[in-house]
Design a protein around this ligand. Structure first.
Ligand code: PBG
Length: 327
């Protein structure tokens, strides 16, 4: 006799419509944030593919405008900007220059597409000659002297029209410093999406090619978190919340789904997941070899973020997903 009282999970999997009816999580266009790399250059036609990130580009302002235009036509709602300045210096002046490349890009995009959410990555590493995320003295990144510069960067980005300020530097106290400076400058309604739980990850490798921001000495382990630590993530999240973060981000994404889940369970704020450059490159490389089905793997990786508890996702696959969702 076959027992009739066992769980018949297959009943709800009999057709696509049935599966969709009971589906728990979904990835939609409004969840996705597309990162763009914009370069300060005289050459309007500048568009250089990033070797370690096939399909991603460093773009001039003009080419950025073209690319974003196509994406908006496909349903892009939100993007985040990273800048590559023509000149770098010890203190990352380009980051807080009102005429810096990121500020110019924000003004351009907000002017063309007022509805588009434009996030600004707030950090110094793309603008410093040494490639670190703060002021360096005796080969050590100085926390408190850096805060003022990050606050200046955030205000300058908000003044250019940024909708969301996203500090990615991992200095202690930076959310408080940025919140205070934004409020003082009258930007009380500009939210902060903090890279609250950001690990010192080898998965950022390709990004550093893209943003030309590899540290010139040492590494980022004195400010970014140790990948072995889970409890510490909650301390970082609490600190940023108390300092005024509106959205908490966990980064990288796929290797840290447990951390996304913990942040989701412990806090009521929106949670963002960043599927970082190395995650993109791995999927892309396998797909280019014909070893995996690219779009199916992308969608599975993104729905995993939703299942783990993320509300929004930063991913280099945004444009591809928008096209796929349209079909
Ligand atoms: C800047 C920054 C980095 C990333 C986002 N903002 C690089 C880093 O911390 O070294 C990584 C994004 C990615 O790998 O896709 N601090």
């Amino acid at each position: 006799m076959i027992p009739s009282d066992f769980f018949r999970g297959r009943r709800l999997r009999t057709s696509l419509t049935m599966r969709e009816l009971v589906r728990e999580n979904e990835v939609t266009a409004s969840d996705l944030i597309m990162p763009y790399f914009v370069v300060e250059t005289e050459d309007e036609n500048f568009m250089k593919e990033i070797v370690s990130m096939p399909g991603q580009y460093q773009l001039s302002l003009k080419q950025l405008e073209k690319k974003v235009g196509e994406a908006v036509a496909n349903g892009l709602k939100s993007c985040i900007l990273f800048g590559i300045p023509a000149e770098k210096d010890e203190v990352g002046s380009g980051a807080y220059d009102d005429n810096g490349i990121v500020q110019k890009a924000i003004r351009l995009l907000k002017d063309r597409w007022p509805e588009l959410i434009v996030c600004a990555d707030t950090c110094l590493c793309e603008f410093t000659s040494h490639g670190h995320c703060g002021i360096v003295k005796n080969e050590f990144v100085q926390n408190d002297p850096t805060l003022n510069l990050l606050a200046k960067t955030a205000v300058s980005q908000a003044r250019a029209g940024a909708d969301i300020i996203a500090p990615s530097d991992m200095m202690d106290g930076r959310v408080a410093a940025i919140r205070e400076a934004l409020d003082e400058a009258g930007f009380i309604n500009t939210p902060i999406m903090s890279y609250a739980v950001k690990y010192a990850s080898a998965f950022y490798g390709p990004f550093r090619d893209a943003a030309e921001s590899a540290p010139q000495f040492g590494d980022r382990k004195t400010y970014q978190m140790d990948p072995a630590n889970g409890r510490e993530a909650m301390r970082e999240a609490v600190a940023d919340l108390e300092e005024g973060a509106d959205i908490l981000m966990v980064k990288p994404g796929m290797p840290y789904l447990d951390i996304i889940r913990q942040v989701r369970d412990n806090f009521d704020t929106p949670v963002a997941a960043y599927q970082v450059s190395g995650e993109y490159s791995m999927i892309k490389a396998a797909a280019l070899n014909g070893w995996i089905d690219e779009m199916n793997v992308i969608m599975e990786s993104l729905v995993a973020f939703k299942r783990a508890g993320a509300d929004l996702i930063l991913t280099y696959f945004t444009e591809d997903v928008l096209k796929a969702l349209k079909k």
